[in-house]
Every structure is written in structure tokens, then in C-alpha cells.
Ligand binder design. Structure first.
Ligand code: ADP
Ligand code: MG
Length: 317
């Protein structure tokens, strides 16, 4: 079966049809349009969450709303964009007013927390599905792209990895509520628009880690024509997640291919990261950009370790 990305490339990518105002099209976290005055571009990204695939229908509606919005806003952070507004398309099996009121409460609270107003949408009957389209504003020259990674750049992530996968194992056994840390990481992933904007002045490339570190870093590497070496022992894994895993190999696999972490992965010269006074643990170095394409994992002795057989979570499968 083709991957999600093969399908997009084969059927939707049409490089021959473009327009001068389209600055960045299919292939990055947001599209960029030359649609704003002065030196600004309009950033746009859409994400869909389907009940039973991306969340459990039985989850509290305000938490479903929070997750749907943060997943989308994360793509603005990955471009270094400031929030502008969002639209919300909602399909619900029935017009249950209590459910919709709870969902709307989560939408409005998240909108206020990120200073991003709801400007439109669509409401229909159907299987529970939520589509959020976010709009943002970015300095034309400063947008964080996937294609700018340079040889010798250090590879950083902005927080712990593997929490999404750990949360999923708890979700499947209906035990997520018993673990406040993973419950919050799953339903309210930290999305930091201020950090994204700050990094846009420093980093050469960026992506948000939605499908798994290896899969998402590979998008940066393919777009930039480079490779990366990652140090396994540098992967930031939260204590709760490490404890939940059967062993170190499992927690490392969660961190590498688990997905749903919504951290940023950025590349930039190591000195650039030292230049800024970022709070502790806001940038964790996990590797280096190298000339040889692909990703190599290194153990503590610097020896190569085999990559997991699949690079990440592919939503179509
Ligand atoms: P992200 O994980 O950042 O939300 P995706 O992995 O969903 O991005 O998509 C990868 C790229 O393909 C993005 O640039 C997205 O806009 C584009 N894309 C995904 N699906 C379609 C589609 N059906 N038509 C056009 N572009 C698409
Ligand atoms: Mg993204």
C-alpha cells in the first residue's frame, strides 16, 4: 500500500501549476502566501482528527477540542508564525447540544490561550471528525522551512519525545486518566508559538514532530539534501514514559517512531543555540547534520545501531 506521502506526491502535487503569490506550497508545515502587506506572508495549515483514529469518541469534548486545535497550531509554531485566526469544520453524529457546548468550551479556551480567534467553519452531521485550519503571519524571509538544513548544523528538539506513544498505550487500556502527565501531554500538547518565532531568527530548518522523530526529521533531510547522525542516549525521554516502557529499547523506539509529541525539531549551528538565553531544556541537542543522506543512530560508544523497521506513524495505514 502506498504511504500517505506517496499518495500526496502522486495525486495532489502539481508543481507546473502555481502563481507568483504562492511562496511555499505542498510539502511544508504551512503554505505561505504573499497576501499580507509589507514584509509579511500568510501561513496556512489544515489538520483533520477522526474519531477512533486520532482520539476516542468517549473522551471529554473539551479535551478533543483542545487536542484538535493544538495539533493544528503546532504547524504555525513550526513555521515561526504568529497566530492570525482559524476556521473549524465539525462533523458530529447528532446535534447533541450538551456535547457541542462542551466542545465549544474547549475551542474558546484554547483560542484565548493562543490568542487566535475563530473566524468561520462548517457544521454537518456525520462520523465525528474535526478539521481545523489555522492562519498565521510570518516575516517573509524568516519563515522556518524544512529545506534549509546545513552541513554541520546541530539537530535539536524542544522537549521530551515518546510521550505520545506512551499515552496511546494507556489510552488503549483506558488508563490514561490515571496518569496526569501523559493525559496532559496527549490532550494538551505544549505548543510554543513564542519559541517558534524566536527560533525562526536562528534556525536553518524546522518541522513539528507529529508522525515520529525519524519520519519528520527525514522530511527535513530529504527537502535539504543532507543526512543526520543521532545519538541514542541524547533522546530526551520523560521519567513517566521511561517507567511505562518495558525496557530502554522500547522507550527509545517510542521516542524515535511514536509520533504525537508535537515538539519542534530544528537544525542550526550549535553556537546559535548558545547565543540565546533559552530556558533550561527548551532545546535539547540530539545529533548533527552530515553529508551522507539518511539517518544513522549511534550508541554511547559512537557505533551504529540498526534503525527501527518503520520510520513513523503513517495515518493512512
Ligand atoms: P503536517 O504533518 O505538517 O500536518 P502532513 O504530513 O499532513 O503535514 O502533510 C504533508 C504536506 O502535504 C503538507 O504540506 C500538506 O499541506 C500537504 N498535503 C497533505 N494532504 C494534502 C492534500 N490532500 N492535498 C494537498 N496537499 C496535501
Ligand atoms: Mg507539521
Amino acid at each position: 500500500m502506498p504511504s500517505e506521502f506517496d499518495l500526496i506526491r502522486r495525486h495532489f502535487l502539481e508543481p507546473a501549476f502555481t502563481r507568483p503569490h504562492v511562496l511555499t506550497s505542498i510539502g511544508d508545515d504551512c503554505a505561505l502566501l504573499d497576501a499580507l502587506p509589507e514584509n509579511h506572508a500568510l501561513a496556512i495549515s489544515t489538520d483533520t482528527l477522526v474519531s477512533g483514529v486520532h482520539f476516542l469518541e468517549s473522551a471529554s469534548p473539551d479535551l478533543i477540542a483542545s487536542r484538535a486545535m493544538r495539533v493544528s497550531i503546532s504547524d504555525l509554531a513550526a513555521m515561526g508564525a504568529a497566530p492570525y485566526g482559524f476556521t473549524l469544520a465539525l462533523s458530529v453524529p447528532d446535534f447533541d447540544e450538551e456535547w457541542i457546548s462542551g466542545f465549544a468550551g474547549g475551542v474558546h479556551a484554547t483560542a484565548r490561550a493562543f490568542d487566535i480567534p475563530l473566524i468561520g467553519g462548517d457544521t454537518t452531521r456525520g462520523p465525528l471528525t474535526i478539521t481545523v485550519t489555522v492562519l498565521g503571519k510570518v516575516d517573509k524571509g524568516a519563515a522556518l522551512r524544512r529545506n534549509g538544513a546545513k552541513l554541520g548544523d546541530a539537530v535539536f528538539v524542544t522537549g521530551s519525545l515518546g510521550d505520545g506513544a506512551a499515552a496511546l498505550t494507556l489510552l488503549q487500556t483506558h488508563k490514561l486518566e490515571e496518569n496526569p502527565y501523559l493525559h496532559e501531554r496527549y490532550y494538551q500538547p505544549d505548543v510554543d508559538l513564542v519559541l517558534g518565532k524566536r527560533l525562526s531568527k536562528l534556525a536553518n530548518s524546522a518541522i513539528d514532530v507529529s508522525d515520529g522523530l525519524l519520519a519528520d526529521l527525514q522530511h527535513i533531510l530529504s527537502a535539504s539534501g543532507v543526512g543526520a547522525e543521532l545519538k541514542l542516549e541524547s533522546l530526551p525521554i520523560a521519567k513517566t514514559t521511561a517507567t511505562l516502557a518495558a525496557n530502554t529499547a522500547q522507550s527509545q523506539e517510542w521516542a524515535l517512531i511514536g509520533g504525537d509529541d508535537y515538539r519542534l525539531c530544528v537544525t542550526m549551528p550549535a553556537e546559535a543555540a548558545e547565543d540565546v538565553s533559552l530556558a533550561d531544556n527548551q532545546l535539547i541537542r540530539i545529533g548533527t547534520i552530515v553529508a551522507e543522506t539518511g539517518i544513522r543512530l549511534l550508541d554511547a560508544c559512537g557505533d551504529a545501531v540498526e534503525l527501527p523497521h518503520t520510520l513513523g506513524y503513517d495515518h493512512v495505514h
